[in-house]
Design a binder for this molecule. Structure first.
Ligand code: AMP
Length: 222
């Protein structure tokens, strides 16, 4: 199954994509993680990406497309994937469609939009903690690590993402409304857009997602 997860920052796209990878073997491709890896590589482009990310703006299409298309091409034609954070604009969506067509790869099956009110998003992002090493995501109240402040998976000290500061959160939400929301019309017109509530516990959101994927015959009924 070839999926796209859309929704404002903090709605649970990454957490659900990771669970789908662990439990159903669907590779999770997160544009934000690819950009953070590029920053860590320390190149000049990495520094420019960091400046954009910290301001809450999107990075130029050509940069993110180069990173994500390389991963999709490496997966090959028949492989499943979930794209988390890409595409973020109608232009990126058209570029993805074109890339899959040119590479002779299967198109996207379904786009899942995680819906959530801005006040709830701000609460989510303010409590989010991340592992800088393996990129696992936790939350101070909703998704606590076993040991406070420490990653369950690799034992690294958890941090707050530099773009999860209040001013930057507001900017990212505005960018989402202005640049990413139009993407929903694009996929609605294609007939592959579905919606799920974002403001659920991790397990309730996962169950709702699996129910949807089962209804769409993308995973087998239990
Ligand atoms: P995320 O981890 O998905 O919240 O992304 C963090 C930041 O990376 C965003 O605020 C953007 O600056 C950048 N970014 C991630 N995905 C994209 C994309 N598809 N297009 C442009 N910028 C992106």
């Amino acid at each position: 199954m070839r999926l796209i997860f859309v929704g404002a920052p903090g709605v649970g796209k990454g957490t659900q994509a990771r669970l789908l990878q662990e439990r159903h073997g669907v590779p999770h491709l997160a544009s934000g993680d690819l950009l953070r890896e590029a920053i860590e590589a320390g190149s000049r482009q990495g520094r420019e990406i960091e400046t954009k990310m910290q301001s809450g703006a999107l990075v130029p299409d050509a940069w993110i497309q180069a990173l994500i298309f390389q991963k999709i091409e490496a997966l090959g034609s028949g492989r499943s994937f979930s794209l988390d954070g890409f595409p973020r604009t109608p232009e990126q969506a058209k570029a993805l469609e074109e890339m899959l067509r040119r590479a002779g790869q299967a198109p996207v099956d379904l786009v899942i939009d995680f819906e959530m009110e801005p006040e709830a998003i701000i609460r989510r992002l303010s409590g989010r903690r991340v592992c800088p090493k393996c990129r696992m995501v936790f939350h101070l109240t909703n998704l606590k690590p076993y040991q406070e402040g420490v990653c369950d998976r690799c034992g690294t000290k958890l941090t707050t993402r530099s773009d999860d500061q209040p001013g930057t959160i507001q900017k990212r939400l505005a960018v989402y409304e202005r640049e990413t929301k139009p993407l929903l019309d694009f996929y609605e017109a294609a007939g592959i857009l579905r919606h799920l509530p974002g403001d659920l516990s991790v397990s309730a959101q996962y169950d709702a997602m699996i129910e949807l994927l089962t209804r769409e015959r993308l995973v087998g009924a239990a």
